[in-house]
Design a protein around this ligand. Structure first.
Ligand code: NAD
Length: 342
């Protein structure tokens, strides 16, 4: 209670303390793939900072973690400047916040809710794959959204990444386009994560905190043979510049990605009403534990590319998409030498 009184009296000091703490944990998480607090604890620090900044807009700085895509670009890999920025996603922490977002979309679209596309939120690491005339030439991490890390050699070892796109899919490519940058998630299946961590413990190495950190850490290995020995898979769901394909929207893009040879998550649904979106989210929460890979929410996207363009982006996320986050699991896990909620 004493701390709360102090905070209210000096929001600038509290905001600065929160920024320092968030920066520290972001470094642990994104650079070292070794978080020391749970995601729920990290999210509540971010939320408190966001609340202070909302109440005191003069305290917002361009470098505040609330205004940026969280990430890290190390010097271990060559930097890749993304031609189109890679964004994060804004969160809805419960169904009411999801409803509020759908209401904003309805307003932005002239009073009618447009068709939405619901996908599972894969808890892995963002990846961008560039193909020149159908051939894989580069793979990059999200990094800080502007600059990522060149992990081409490592990504080539991930077995479900096509080195060449299927020729049939090339019919939809906009004439004159030679470069396609497709985006998605690299993840490690839950079982493989457990096996990897059990081996780490036996060999006296530090285990990974969760499958997401294991995927990110396995991808960012200096020696590609280490990556090759890890069980990584992908789910692809986005294109950097949708004008490169003659398609109308997200749903059509997912079908195209599958036709082009990518691994696309089958649990997707096109929804016309808010009730259908909520039902998809509720089903996903129930099915979460059955899935062989980790998900931490549902991503809801405005389907039409032209509507997406009209809505645009904030500094860190698209306005046309939202991540409905699942409530944190009440499971307690031993993370290194401390016990945390994950
Ligand atoms: P995020 O992971 O919550 O959401 C954005 C990402 O979702 C996108 O970049 C994309 O890679 C991914 N995604 C998965 N499925 C998708 C789909 N179907 N469509 C579109 N995107 C999809 O955001 P973030 O900024 O990458 O990371 C924030 C998360 O990291 C929070 O959960 C936070 O708790 C955690 N974090 C934890 C710590 C810690 O110390 N524990 C530190 C930093 C960040």
């Amino acid at each position: 209670a004493q701390e709360a009184l102090f905070d209210a009296a000096d929001p600038a000091a509290r905001a600065e303390a929160l920024r320092r703490e968030i920066e520290h944990h972001s470094y642990q998480y994104y650079a070292l793939d070794a978080p020391t607090i749970s995601d729920a604890a990290f999210d509540s620090l971010m939320r408190e900072l966001r609340e202070i900044e909302a109440a005191h807009p003069e305290l917002v700085t361009p470098s505040s973690p609330t205004q940026r895509v969280g990430g890290y670009v190390g010097d271990q890999f060559a930097p890749v400047v993304h031609e189109q920025r890679m964004y994060s996603l804004d969160n809805a922490m419960d169904l009411d916040e999801l409803d509020a977002w759908m209401e904003r979309v309805r307003e932005a679209c002239g009073g009618t809710l447009p068709p939405l596309c619901c996908e599972l939120k894969i808890d892995g690491s963002s990846i961008a794959l560039t193909y020149e005339d159908g051939v894989l030439v580069r793979a990059a991490t999200r990094g800080d959204g502007t600059t990522g890390e060149d992990v081409t050699v490592n990504m080539r070892t991930v077995r479900d990444v096509p080195l060449r796109l299927r020729p049939d899919a090339m019919d939809a490519v906009t004439p004159g386009t030679h470069t396609l940058e497709l985006r998605g998630e690299v993840y490690m299946p839950k079982k493989s994560f457990e096996v990897l961590n059990a081996a780490a413990v036996t060999e006296g190495r530090a285990p990974f905190a969760n499958p997401r950190n294991a995927a990110a850490g396995s991808l960012r290995q200096k020696d590609a043979r280490v990556t090759q020995g890890r069980d990584l898979s992908t789910f692809m769901y986005a294109i950097a510049d949708e004008r490169a394909l003659q398609l109308d929207g997200q749903w059509e893009l997912l079908q195209w990605l599958r036709a082009a040879g990518f691994h696309v998550n089958p649990d997707v649904q096109r929804c016309d009403t808010a009730a259908e979106v909520r039902a998809f989210c509720e089903r996903a929460i129930k099915r979460r534990d059955e899935l062989p890979y980790e998900i931490d929410g549902v991503v809801v996207k405005v389907n039409s590319f032209s509507r997406q363009r009209a809505m645009g982006f904030t500094a860190r996320a698209p306005r046309w998409a939202i991540a409905f986050k699942f409530p944190p699991e009440e499971k307690t896990t031993l993370l290194r030498d401390i016990t945390v909620q994950v």
